[in-house]
Ligand binder design. Structure first.
Ligand SMILES: Nc1ncnc2c1ncn2[C@@H]1O[C@H](COP(=O)(O)OP(=O)(O)OP(=O)(O)O)[C@@H](O)[C@H]1O
Ligand SMILES: [Mg+2]
Length: 393
């Protein structure tokens, strides 16, 4: 049997979840007035092999920490989530370091709270299924958006693609802005992040799940990690540390999109090294096209050949005398996607609303096409959850 086990005395939490899920989830509540050894509590809670274990905010904090650690160690197919009365970054980092999948403020009457539990349950089911069948599960993709020329549309494509993927799979997509000097993904998404890549790099722990506290959420369900604001701090970033942190973060998300600055700098090399796919962006002008061809030659020379390369032609309808065929012949690759030039794109960037969410027409469809290429419909997350997230906005 599987389902959800609740470790709480709070019957109103139990009934809120029972009425939210109806018969679709087997819900079981476990409680004792005499808390003993956390390992015994974990054994009671995980005896029925639940997909998700929810630790109520009334569970003593030391017992909760012990149970989370024990579940992480001994009950690998069960995911745990801890409920708290007040959010605290240090406690959250500690609980996630011990193995909690998430830490949520307990608000049984709140739709947002129930949505968050839905999301964790979705991930828990995936993990439970994978524990039974280790070959199953989502296909992990790390997609780096590159272009030798500045201003070709990398950020536009990275932000719209990642939001398109997040619509399909909320909370399973991260956008990492590795344009360390001039990264502007946060502005393009209308976000004001509190933390940056530097916090993640300098964080005392490199436990994968704990790094997630440094991410900023977009209403689409996308998680963003921006570069630091401070350019002096950028200079201090060590290439190996950067790569380790990026590698740790990418382990936590089935889909990671990485935006880069122009050219091939150390950050772009680290990103490409970890990538499954390179989205190569060009416009229709001769200098852009020849520099993409040159970039491909360099990648071949330095041995970056295992990543799938996908060519995107931005501003594809610009009347500058070169056809798609000319572009393909010069670069020696098929143009997989074309994005037309439209005023709507800079307007949406300036507003902080990605074009894919602003427009229901041709341009949004172009970005949807790219998202669908990476996440075909069978990989989609919960549709009800997606609807709920959209309704929230
Ligand atoms: N298809 C398009 N139609 C019209 N404007 C576009 C299009 N694509 C991008 N732009 C605009 O061109 C500018 C540069 O785009 P973007 O920031 O995405 O490029 P970039 O490659 O990330 O640049 P940088 O190298 O500076 O990071 C932005 O103002 C953007 O809104
Ligand atoms: Mg950019």
């Amino acid at each position: 049997m599987s389902g959800v086990t609740l470790l709480t005395a709070n019957v109103s939490l139990e009934s809120a979840l029972a009425s939210h899920y109806g018969k679709s989830v087997a819900l079981r509540r476990v409680w004792s007035d005499q808390w003993r050894d956390p390992a015994e509590v974990a054994m009671d809670a995980c005896g029925a092999n639940p997909e998700l274990l929810i630790l109520g905010s009334d569970l003593p904090a030391d017992i909760a920490r012990g149970v989370v650690a024990d579940v992480d160690r001994r009950y690998r197919s069960t995911t745990s989530v801890v409920l708290v009365t007040v959010a605290d970054v240090e406690d959250t980092v500690e609980l996630m370091r011990l193995g909690a999948r998430d830490v949520l403020v307990e608000k049984p009457a709140d739709e947002g709270f129930l949505d968050s539990v839905d999301t964790v349950l979705e991930l828990a089911r995936d993990r439970h299924g994978r524990a039974a069948d280790p070959g199953a599960g989502l296909r992990r993709r790390i997609i780096t958006v590159v272009s030798p020329k500045g201003g070709s549309g990398k950020t536009t494509i990275a932000t719209n693609l990642s939001v398109g993927l997040a619509h399909r799979m909320p909370k399973q997509v991260m956008l990492l802005d590795l344009d360390l000097q001039f990264g502007d993904c946060a502005a393009a998404l209308g976000l004001k992040p509190e933390h940056s890549l530097l916090n993640a790099i300098k964080s005392a722990t490199h436990e994968r799940s704990a790094l997630k506290v440094f991410l900023t959420s977009h209403p689409s369900g996308l998680a963003l990690l921006p570069p630091p604001d401070d350019l002096v701090a950028v200079d201090e970033i060590d290439g190996d540390e950067l790569k380790q942190t990026v590698a740790a973060l990418t382990e936590e998300f089935p889909f990671v999109v990485i935006d880069t600055g122009g050219g091939i700098d150390a950050a772009a090399l680290a990103a490409m090294d970890l990538s499954t796919d390179l989205l190569m962006v060009t416009t229709t002008d001769v200098p852009a096209i020849t520099s993409v061809r040159r970039q491909i030659e360099i990648l071949d020379q330095v041995g970056y050949t295992s990543q799938r390369r996908i060519l995107v032609l931005n501003r594809s309808n610009a009347k500058v005398g070169l056809s798609v065929k000319d572009v393909e012949e010069t670069i020696g690759m098929e143009v997989k996607f074309q994005i037309p030039s439209t005023r709507m794109i800079p307007v949406s960037t300036n507003e902080g609303t990605p074009a894919i969410e602003k427009d229901a027409g041709n341009v949004a469809r172009k970005f949807e096409e790219i998202a669908a290429y990476f996440a075909p419909s069978e990989d989609r997350g919960s549709r009800s959850l997606l609807r709920a997230l959209r309704k929230d906005r």
